[in-house]
Design a binder for this molecule. Structure first.
Ligand code: GTP
Length: 605
């Protein structure tokens, strides 16, 4: 295939706007798959994806199409479609020259439409606007065209109208891709030494990492030795080919082509997205786009039952083999036993991981409340020696430095975009303010919908922001966010004490304005789940030793005299004394029994 007959493109859309359905139709129309009701969404491979209707791992398919006497090679790069995966979206976009911007003609532009549009726009990709679901009774294509014009300056005459479900307008989409999306000639050079961009990878038990690449310069052949710019390691290409969407071996891939290769790469960490490969011994400038996947949401994972520890470890190992963006650290907790602290790109990423653990491996897991990474600037030589740097990133409250050596603390921030019918605006503004949000932008999208942007601390949205947003807007508001880096913030470590003894695994990092409320909540939860003891238990929440909240658990008075049938006063005194000593001993040794369930109840999401 000459370069000018190649089109590399993606479909980007808000969740449920019909991306997978359109991808299926394109594959059917070009003959890559048979027309068959069971074919529904062949690109969504995983069970979780089907259940949740979201695409998690990008999948790609190459198809051919005859048009005006020429055969075109169309490489459709499927992108994941949810807030957490914008990193994966942007990396698949790096292999494209254009995108189909798909919008539901009934729902109109939504938060992810906006986020995805800007990703494509800043990558300088051609944008082919397409309205889907025009078969729906309530579809209002003209109003949606107006939104596209207002927000993105898209000419209404350039907008295609289709029904992916009914198969209406599909041919026009394909011919428009050929006519309106440029071929990769501009960024590719067939005569230069090999440069290939890795834009997706997954792990196969037998073949090792399967790498999806765009050959930017030169040619890649079976048997070539290639080197990764990122790791410096070299491999022999065992197999290469295109996805149709099944793997089909071919002897070589030329500049501009998208395909896969396997090279006996034994770990997912050696096949990181955004990496550049070149011929061994012929180094090149790395292609733009490499960015180490940065986990932003952390949570502890523990087996429900410690005897399940080895099985859970095997399950986690298998899953992370396929997903190099998950970070793992071993963690042990006196309360929950041996487990792990895992880092994810976002909350949905964590949910999907969890669900896959349970579904694919039958593992029962205790997951602790998610937290975000913090940066803490410290001073003092001893401190620097201990932490190894001036501004360590803290992902676990146990590592929080002594307040004496802290100079400044920062937390990760995001820019959130919300699109909502105007009647819910008031409730949404109070929700965002309540979450320490700062309004950045507010404008009308059309007569009754508003687009509003808030700068928010990531910490305030990781737990239940999305659920609250949905509930205050009767499900109508949509939300997306992008990371905008760390900002200084007044953070403190909130400790929980039982009769003055700190329970380390219950410590959390909170904004100072939140310490009292959060502390109160934990104290109340603890008093409701801790069994009564023979003595009173003071449950306290404190910051730097200052108590901010307190509840008491009343003692049960075991009536030690019940068995003494009156009479002998000295025997009575002896028993009372022993009971008092017992109380003292228990307090002294911190002998408060905290059942595992109480920890799980507090730590669990
Ligand atoms: P994600 O993978 O989660 O991003 O969703 P998606 O954008 O791939 O959406 P999907 O293709 O799964 O479609 C979502 C729903 O819309 C499904 O129930 C489809 O059957 C339906 N749908 C897709 N296209 C059309 C259409 O043209 N008309 C109608 N009426 N429904 C459609």
């Amino acid at each position: 295939f000459p370069v000018d007959s190649i089109r590399n493109f993606s479909i980007i859309a808000h969740v449920d706007h019909g991306k997978s359905t359109l991808a299926d139709r394109i594959l059917e129309f070009t003959g890559a798959i048979k027309k068959d009701a069971d074919n529904k969404q062949v690109l969504d491979k995983l069970q979780v994806e089907r259940e949740r209707g979201i695409t998690v791992k990008a999948q790609t398919a190459s198809v051919t199409y005859e048009y005006k006497g020429q055969t075109y090679l169309l490489n459709l790069i499927d992108t994941p479609g949810h807030v957490d995966f914008s990193y994966e979206v942007s990396r698949s976009l790096a292999a494209c020259d254009g995108v189909i911007l798909l919008v539901d003609a009934n729902e109109g532009v939504q938060a992810q439409t906006v986020a995805n549009f800007y990703l494509a726009f800043t990558n300088e990709l051609s944008i082919l606007p397409v309205l889907n679901k025009i078969d729906l009774k309530n579809a209002d294509p003209e109003a949606v065209k107006d939104q596209l014009l207002t927000l993105f300056e898209i000419d209404p005459d350039e907008v295609l109208m289709i029904s992916a479900k009914k198969g209406i307008g599909i041919e026009k989409v394909i011919t428009s891709v050929i006519e309106r999306i440029p071929c990769p000639a501009e960024k590719c050079n067939p005569d230069a030494p090999l440069r290939a961009l890795l834009f997706d990878s997954w792990f196969d038990k037998y073949k090792g990492a399967v790498c999806l690449i765009l050959v930017v310069d030169g040619t890649l052949r079976k048997g070539d030795f290639v080197t990764s710019v990122h790791t410096g390691k070299s491999y022999e290409i065992r197999d290469l080919g295109i996805l149709t969407p099944q793997e089909r071996s071919i002897p070589q891939l030329f500049a501009g082509q998208v395909g896969y290769f396997t090279a006996n790469i034994r770990s997912a960490k050696e096949a990181q997205v955004g990496d550049t490969f070149h011929q061994k011994g012929i180094p090149c400038e790395p292609l733009e786009g490499f960015r180490e996947a940065k986990p932003m949401v952390f949570a502890g994972m523990y087996p429900m039952d410690q005897s399940e520890h080895p099985a859970l470890r095997a399950a986690i190992d298998r899953l992370t083999l396929n997903d190099s963006s998950v970070s793992i650290n071993i963690e042990s907790s006196a309360a929950l036993g041996q487990g792990w602290r895992l880092g994810f790109l976002g909350l949905l990423h964590m949910d999907v991981f969890n669900q896959r653990l349970e579904q694919e491996h039958g593992a029962q897991v205790v997951v602790t409340t998610p937290s975000v990474p913090y940066k803490v600037r410290i001073h003092g030589e001893k401190a620097l020696r201990e932490y190894g740097e001036e501004e360590p990133t803290i992902t676990n409250p146990i590592q929080w430095p002594d307040p004496q050596i802290i100079v400044e603390t920062s937390e990760p921030m995001v820019m959130g975009t919300i699109i909502t019918p105007d009647s819910y605006l008031g409730a949404i503004i109070s929700l965002c303010q309540d979450r320490r949000g700062i309004q950045h932008n507010l404008r009308n999208l059309d007569q009754n919908r508003i687009i509003v942007q808030y700068k928010l601390p990531l910490n305030e949205i990781v737990v239940d922001f999305y659920d609250h947003l949905k509930s205050v807007s009767s499900g109508y508001a949509t939300f997306d966010y992008e990371d905008i880096g760390f900002e200084p913030s007044s953070l403190v470590k909130l400790d929980i004490l039982l009769n003055g003894i700190m329970i380390e695994e219950l410590s959390t990092i909170v904004h100072s304005s939140r310490a009292r409320t959060v502390g109160k909540r934990i104290c109340e939860k603890l008093s409701n789940t801790l069994p009564k003891h023979l003595f009173q238990i003071a449950v306290q929440a404190a910051v730097r030793g200052k108590v901010l909240a307190r509840t008491n658990i009343k003692p049960v008075r075991k009536d030690v005299l019940a068995k003494c049938y009156g009479g002998d006063i000295s025997r009575k005194m002896k028993l009372l004394k022993r009971q008092a000593e017992g109380k003292k001993r228990m307090k002294m040794y911190g002998n408060i029994e905290v059942p595992r369930e109480a920890f799980i109840n507090i730590l669990k999401r």
